[in-house]
Design a protein around this ligand. Structure first.
Ligand SMILES: Cc1cc2nc3c(=O)[nH]c(=O)nc-3n(C[C@H](O)[C@H](O)[C@H](O)COP(=O)(O)OP(=O)(O)OC[C@H]3O[C@@H](n4cnc5c(N)ncnc54)[C@H](O)[C@@H]3O)c2cc1C
Length: 447
């Protein structure tokens, strides 16, 4: 197994003719086992330095970040016959936002017409259903109801329906409260949109399958490796990589040295919450192109003391500022959860963000705010039935009270660096859109 991986790697990373130790060191690193080689010790004074004393390797394509989007991109590139190296700071894939979502396959209803969110969600949903069916990924097209609980909300519901129809979402239908409550007897509402194409997916099985397929087509995933910057060198981009463990010892004031430079013609910055911070560390980017980032934590509470789910469909209220409302999600094991709410939080410094040191705590007292929200559409929710679950953080490009921003996919025409693709603001529906984003990158930037 080990031998096969080394052989496969041979085609991915060109051997360093200058320093055999360095090459060996990197290979070992790729198996999650850093071996410090004194001969490869960097001598530059700055993580942005172009000093050639730092070992350098050439790779055809580098994807930074192994969340669902980075994995989908790596798979798509590998299927096109490209040699891909995925560099991930965590010890394994999918430990960031991708393991903290509602796991909903969104239909594509809410987003402005012709936005990336609308286009990728609708296309990605179809691709996802097809992929899940073909690869036995647990998923279920259970449908969802978006509900107006007061007459004042009905105009908003009509706008949402129009938008969904404009976006090409199939099967949407407005139903009267009585009919919605026949479908879901525990529900209380005045009107609802029924979306039959919405579903749920086991996102971890999905990522596992995509990683496996990418690897079978020659992609290599390297974990515990953090990209800390980059620079342009001729027609290539060079990213600066270090062992994640080294960052744990970092005091915050000392200068960070890369341990390896990876030079490539295609680099995809798919680092989710960290993407703007990392892009700001690429030397040569045009000024003002990296959007400001905002972070909105979304917490979930699970329904305890209930063996059977009170609902068969996903139930969503009218969207709120920053999110799509505290909704009911049912996972594939039948576990019911409510959330996510919207809690705007402060950013962390770049290096902490690369190590995913965000505050994911769920304040149990928040349950007090969840009860009245949920009871608007589920009046029988019993006192004491909500238990703190988990939280995820949305990588947002617009702040409180601002209009929601679209996904941003930046190539050379925007930032000026050939071969660098920055993915910014990949919040919901990023899971649903992942395969469509990957398809877009391959078509638009790879050909
Ligand atoms: C609360 C919540 C609920 C959601 N629900 C849904 C839903 O139901 N349906 C849906 O479609 N979408 C949903 N989303 C959105 C979806 O989860 C995300 O869009 C998607 O997971 C983003 O994937 P990603 O690969 O871009 O980012 P991530 O999963 O965050 O992956 C980024 C990776 O980059 C790594 N990394 C960071 N910095 C560095 C570095 N410097 N060097 C190397 N690696 C680095 C991180 O460790 C991480 O593994 C939800 C999001 C949230 C927050």
């Amino acid at each position: 197994m080990l031998k096969q991986t080394v052989q496969r790697l041979g085609g991915c990373i060109s051997a360093s003719r200058r320093n055999g130790d360095v090459h060996m060191k990197w290979k070992k690193h790729l198996f999650g086992n850093w071996v410090r080689s004194m001969s490869s010790k960097p001598q530059s004074n700055d993580n942005r330095s172009t000093s050639y004393s730092v070992p350098k390797e050439r790779v055809e394509c580098v994807v930074i970040g192994a969340g669902v989007v980075g994995i989908a991109v790596a798979r798509a590139l590998a299927l096109k016959g490209r040699k891909v190296l995925v560099v991930e700071s965590a010890p394994t894939f999918g430990t960031g936002t991708s393991s903290r979502s509602s796991e909903v396959i969104h239909a594509g209803i809410y987003y402005p017409a012709n936005s990336f969110k609308a286009i990728f969600c609708v296309r990605g949903r179809d691709m996802l259903y097809e992929y899940c069916s073909q690869h036995d990924i647990p998923h279920k097209q259970i449908g969802k109801l978006i509900v107006a609980t007061r007459s004042s909300e009905i105009p908003k519901l009509c706008d949402i329906l129009d938008r969904g129809i404009q976006n090409g979402v199939d099967g949407l239908k407005m139903v009267d409260g009585v009919d919605a409550m026949k479908i879901e007897p525990e529900l209380q509402c005045m009107k609802a949109i029924l979306s039959p194409v919405t579903g749920i997916v086991d996102s971890h099985s999905l990522m596992l399958s995509l990683v496996g397929e990418a690897e079978n087509h020659g992609a290599t995933f390297t974990y515990n490796s953090t990209v800390i910057g980059g620079h342009v060198e001729g027609n290539d981009i060079c990213v600066h990589v270090t062992e994640t463990d080294r960052l744990k010892e970092w005091k915050g004031t000392s200068i960070l040295h890369p341990e390896l430079l990876l030079s490539s013609k295609l680099i995809v910055n798919s680092t989710g919450l960290s993407a703007p911070a990392l892009a700001n560390r690429f030397r040569g980017l045009k000024s003002g192109v990296v959007p400001p980032s905002y972070y909105a934590r979304g917490c979930y509470f699970t329904l305890s003391n209930t063996k059977v789910s009170p609902f068969r469909h996903l139930i969503y209220p009218i969207p709120e500022d920053g999110g799509i409302g505290v909704h009911v999600t049912i996972d594939l094991n039948g576990q019911v959860k409510f959330g996510p709410n919207v809690e705007w939080i402060d950013s962390v410094d770049d290096i902490s963000s690369f190590q995913n040191k965000f505050d994911y705590s769920v304040n149990p007292n928040r349950a007090e705010r969840f009860y009245p929200e949920i009871r608007k559409y589920y009046p029988n929710l019993k006192d004491g039935s909500l238990e703190p679950g988990y939280s995820g953080i949305r990588p947002k490009l617009s702040g409180p009270s601002q209009l929601p921003a679209d996904f941003v996919i930046q190539g050379e025409e925007i930032h000026g660096i050939p071969g660098l693709i920055n993915l910014f603001g990949i919040e919901s529906p990023g899971l649903t859109s992942s395969m469509a984003i990957a398809e877009f990158i391959c078509t638009r930037f790879v050909g």
